[in-house]
Design a protein around this ligand. Structure first.
Ligand code: GN1
Ligand code: MG
Length: 347
């Protein structure tokens, strides 16, 4: 990677003159390798695309092209920095077996934790505006970027599968976590029953807080980013991943277990922002499903982090061996608190 052997081809395919010294690692994403390119005249984002996770890049191209053609951008007071086509008009460029893409750089603040309820309100409004701007596009026209991405039943079964095949020794913290997550089956049942009632929409499907860019002074949202997972989904997915990453006292990587709690003021601000856009747009059932979103998205991430740990850390980027176990434990703490607190929020 450090040799940038792919750079001459990349430059040719985009008619650019990027030098290795103008490239540096950027951001906190768990999936792709992201770089900031800074030349004399411009800044760009370069991604080395993870095609182990996204096995169908052509589906992403299809979805993003559909979005470019059909989204109601007058409804969007921010930028969607979609990939810049190469000279052949493709959104991805294949070099030495690896996909690359370049997108516009949007300046501002990208954070893992927010500071106050107003920022929560702005974030929720931005992601609800995304759903609203695409609500006229039939969800069935989008292809599944990752099959069964937010299918809680599938993720539960994948956890069972990982348990069956794991080489890890089942004791202590790991055993406790496994027992906790296997005990969340009621959420799988609720997921299946919401499925019967709700319409599918174009959703962003990865609305964690670092997937948007605030203005430097946090007065507004400048951009919604990470547009690989946009596909058909339920409105509560997008609300739920905000709850998971915004309405909590600690971020996803915190190991201060006792401190991990829901923050009701931020939760209510999320609800206010989401409904300010969604009232009159979302159905009554969609609005009723929102609190389930917080539980479900926290639970699904717990399933996925734990399964990845059991599988030997093959999916998420980690910085130390136990990180996925710790992420699963963090989500467990939040889920336990959410289960206890949700009945108290004003809804
Ligand atoms: C991944 O790409 P990134 O870091 O925004 C993951 C999400 C998880 C998230 C957990 C394609 O998102 O589903 O919510 O990590 N994306 C994919 O932090 O698996
Ligand atoms: Mg991201």
């Amino acid at each position: 990677m450090t040799s940038f052997s792919w750079l001459p081809t990349l430059n040719k395919k985009y008619s650019l003159e990027i030098q290795p010294s103008q490239i540096r690692p950027f951001g906190d994403g768990h999936i792709h390798q992201t770089f900031l390119i800074e030349t004399k005249n411009e800044k760009l984002i370069l991604q080395q695309f993870n095609n182990q996770v996204f096995k169908f890049p052509e589906r992403i191209s299809h979805n993003q092209s559909l979005l470019i053609d059909q989204i109601d951008s007058k409804d969007l007071p921010y930028i969607l920095p979609l990939p810049i086509p190469n000279l052949a008009g493709e959104l991805f460029t294949l070099i030495e077996g690896t996909f690359f893409r370049i997108s516009p750089f949007v300046s501002g603040k990208c954070v893992n934790e927010i500071e106050n309820p107003h920022q929560a309100y702005l974030a929720a409004k931005a992601f609800a505006q995304f759903i609203k701007a695409g609500i006229h596009i039939p969800a069935s026209e989008f292809q599944e970027a990752i099959p069964g991405f937010h299918d809680l039943e599938l993720r539960y079964n994948q956890l069972l599968e990982a348990l069956k095949n794991t080489k890890r020794i089942m004791s202590g913290e790991l055993k406790e976590l496994v027992e906790f997550y296997l005990g969340q089956k009621d959420l799988v049942d609720q997921y299946l029953s919401w499925k019967e009632k709700l319409p599918l929409r174009l959703t962003h499907s990865d609305t964690k807080i670092n997937n948007l860019i605030f203005a430097d002074d946090f007065s507004k949202v400048n951009a919604v980013i990470d547009l690989d997972t946009l596909m058909a989904g339920y409105v509560y997915y997008d609300f739920g991943d905000l709850v998971r990453t915004v309405a909590c006292t600690e971020g996803e990587s915190s190991k201060d277990w006792e401190k991990i709690k829901v923050e009701n003021a931020k939760y209510n601000a999320l609800l206010e922002g989401f409904l300010e856009v969604g009232n009159g747009v979302f159905t009554e059932d969609e609005i009723k499903s929102l609190p389930f979103g917080g539980l479900m998205m926290t639970c699904i991430m717990g399933f996925r982090f734990l399964a990845d740990y059991l599988n030997g850390n093959i999916y998420y980027t980690i910085h130390y061996e136990e990180q996925n176990l710790h992420r699963a434990k963090n989500q467990m703490c939040l889920l336990m608190d959410l289960r206890g607190e949700l009945h108290k929020v004003s809804f």
